[in-house]
Design a protein around this ligand. Structure first.
Ligand code: 13P
Length: 257
């Protein structure tokens, strides 16, 4: 995927509770996206609001994404949410393997199946990876390597163009901005992820796979993860529902040269 712009993905998680509030946040996000020149915004609302917000989806600058999906397509699978339906209601992005789902038992095998279904459906698949803790010996790198290679193992090369990696170290999620990752460490991790992707496709690099950073991103640290940390964009949780500071965050990212 060749991304000419920076990408901000707003993961609303399970907020807000009311459809009317979801519409308010959506309208604010749409207004915020209007002034962006070098940045695209993706909003991932809770699943029950996805179709509602898709009814007023403008043609560009802002897109919808889903936070989760099922691996199953077709057939009788009560409760399943197929990637193809997510595509049909107008979403173009899908988060896969978020650490909060891994914590509830989502396995690497299921993540690989969801990824394959998402890419086949034509969605941009945002594969979330990240270690629970950092050690000084660098063992966390093998966790990342394992998460990436097991997810990609069953994906034909031709589908990988629609792959995005979101690096979200679990220890950096849900903290204060000052406790987020150091952008210099992020830069090293971005290089490692690029090398892992290259090795995975037999040394034939996937130079255009966008890599996002997520974990306690706010208006004050967002731009650093891109300018120093070399991520192409950000996956923002709580900060994406703080209306004023999210607007500042978007402006700071859009202003990066
Ligand atoms: P916070 O930005 O709230 O730390 O959440 C990060 C995250 O999990 C986004 O997917």
């Amino acid at each position: 995927m060749i991304l000419n712009k920076k990408l901000i993905v707003a993961n609303w998680k399970n907020h807000p509770n009311l459809p009317s509030d979801a519409v308010k946040f959506w309208n604010t996000a749409k207004r915020g996206a209007l002034s962006l020149k070098k940045t695209e915004l993706v909003v991932c609302p809770p699943m029950p609001f996805l179709a509602l917000l898709a009814r007023t989806l403008p043609p560009k600058k802002i897109f919808l994404g889903a936070q989760s999906s099922s691996a199953e397509e077709g057939g009788s699978w009560t409760g399943s949410i197929p990637a193809s339906m997510i595509f049909e209601i107008g979403a173009r992005y899908l988060l896969i393997g978020h650490s909060e789902e891994r914590r509830l038992g989502l396995t690497d095998k299921d993540i690989g199946k969801r990824l394959a279904a998402a890419l086949r459906a034509g969605l941009y698949a945002i594969l979330c990876v990240g270690e629970s803790a950092r050690d000084t010996e660098g063992f966390f790198l093998s966790i990342l390597e394992g998460q990436i290679s097991s997810a990609l193992s069953a994906i034909p090369r031709k589908f990988l163009d629609n792959l995005i990696i979101a690096y979200e170290p679990v220890w950096a999620i849900g903290k204060a901005e000052r406790e987020a990752m150091n952008p210099r460490d992020l830069h090293e991790t971005v290089i490692f992820i690029r090398k892992t992707l290259a090795a995975f496709v037999g040394g034939n690099p996937l130079p255009n796979t966008p890599i996002l950073y997520g974990g306690s991103v706010g208006a004050h640290n967002a731009a650093h993860f891109i300018s120093e940390g070399t991520a192409i964009g950000l996956l923002v949780g709580r900060g994406s529902l703080e209306t004023t500071s999210f607007r500042e965050l978007l402006a700071s990212v859009d202003a990066i040269k």
